[in-house]
Design a protein around this ligand. Structure first.
Ligand SMILES: [Zn+2]
Length: 406
């Protein structure tokens, strides 16, 4: 499937088998947040490989037991831009492994698929970026350099991306390809996310004397209804984005009372809200609207609301004609013969942080289905791993040479 464009001797040649093997080796490492060591085993395995390749690299401890691994591959072909590939080594837990049809850490290959936790999100992406860059390097000198950011804690608070964005290494990066699973879509935007805790305070009373209570249950029910109104307002206010859709305001937690005390109206309750936004959304204005609507709804039953912003990540976007997007589109076209579809990441990625904190233009494109992440029986198509590695290699060549090597 490899295209014949460009001068054959300078075309990157990717070792697809090695990329598949590396994916399997990584999937077999249980790098989940509740493990004794999270990223450590994967970081050591990749650092060993980078040493074999002769790549300059550094392991940075960004929190106790949480490491970033950053490599720099100089092209040896004179001055040029810096392209970064990014991936994370942590995975979400397998849940109940009895729900799986195979060993979640077996990295079994069956029916042309590689199965296991992290197969798609995103150990295949990591393996593809490593062997893509290796293929680029073996094809000969290139201008500029490639940075490989293997960052930690993506599934948590994105500590690795935050640390990298604050480091001097981020300053020289001209474009980032985040290798998260997006099913062949070139994702030029990612939805933003806001998590809110609405703490409700009322007055406790006997269930036989509800007139004495100020019930957080009634307040919670009214707030949930009010949030639907906030969502409608937000959709009118910010419209619909061609890829990222529209703002959603979703209650995710509604809690009050004690299941063993059915005759008691409690004093306290909690509503949790997950807000997703699109490029252009003013988070301050939207949070203000939620605060106001919740406060008014609760006040109708005499309950007060304390709103805490637990997390706030903006929606981000890179222009479709940015060189990093153009390079990826050229790489995809070279491999597949047809242009890719554009899309949006439904959630946030490390790329969100790299854009927010360091202003880095970021595009997301990687092996694995867009919707398979965090599910049971996670898999990636084996053939995709090599295909993505070749796209990465060719995209890098386009980006670093300005397309001149074609
Ligand atoms: Zn991921």
């Amino acid at each position: 499937m490899h295209s014949e464009s460009g001068a054959p001797p300078r075309d990157p040649v990717v070792d697809a088998d090695a990329a598949v093997q590396l994916t399997r080796d990584l999937v077999r490492l249980r790098t989940v947040a509740d493990a004794e060591e999270v990223e450590g085993p994967a970081v050591r395995l990749l650092a060993r490989l980078f040493s074999e390749f002769g790549w300059r690299h550094e392991v940075v401890e960004v929190a106790p037991g949480r490491q970033n691994l950053v490599a720099v591959v100089e092209g040896g072909g004179g001055e040029g831009p810096t392209l970064m590939f990014e991936g994370h080594t942590d995975v979400v837990t397998e849940g109940d492994s009895a729900d799986w049809s195979m060993d979640p850490y077996g990295a079994e290959i069956r029916d042309g698929k590689l199965w296991g936790r992290g197969a798609a999100d995103m150990k295949s992406g990591l393996a593809a970026m490593v062997h893509g860059v290796r293929g680029l390097e073996l094809a000969g000198p290139f201008p500029g350099r490639v940075v490989l950011g293997v960052l930690c804690d993506e599934e948590g608070m994105m500590l690795g991306a935050k640390a990298f964005a604050a480091s001097p290494a981020a300053a020289g990066v001209d474009g980032v390809i985040v290798c998260e699973p997006e099913g062949y879509e070139v994702c030029t935007s990612a939805r933003g996310g806001i998590r809110l805790r609405l703490e409700l305070t009322g007055v406790m009373a006997h269930g036989a004397m509800p007139q004495e209570a100020k019930s957080p249950l009634l307040a919670g029910a009214r707030i949930v209804q009010a949030l639907a109104g906030v969502e409608e307002w937000a959709v009118r206010r910010w419209g619909t984005h061609p890829h990222a859709g529209a703002v959603t305001v979703t209650p995710t937690v509604l809690h009050a009372g004690d299941a063993s005390q059915l005759n008691v109206i409690p004093a306290h309750g909690l509503v949790g809200v997950d807000v997703r936004t699109i490029p252009g959304t003013d988070h301050g204005e939207l949070i203000g609207r939620v605060r106001q609507a919740a406060g008014e709804a609760a006040a109708t039953v005499g309950v007060t609301v304390e709103t805490t912003v637990v997390d706030d990540r903006p929606a981000v976007e890179v222009a479709q004609d940015h060189p990093v997007v153009a390079a990826l589109v050229a790489g995809h076209l070279g491999e597949h013969g047809v242009p890719p579809a554009y899309g949006a990441v439904p959630g946030t990625t490390d790329g969100t942080i790299l854009t927010r904190d360091a202003g880095l233009p970021t595009v997301v494109y990687g092996p694995g289905g867009k919707w398979i992440a965090h599910q049971k029986d996670e898999y990636v198509e084996v053939a995709e791993i090599g295909a993505y590695a070749r796209v990465y290699a060719n995209a890098a060549r386009h980006f670093l040479t300005g397309g001149a090597a074609r």
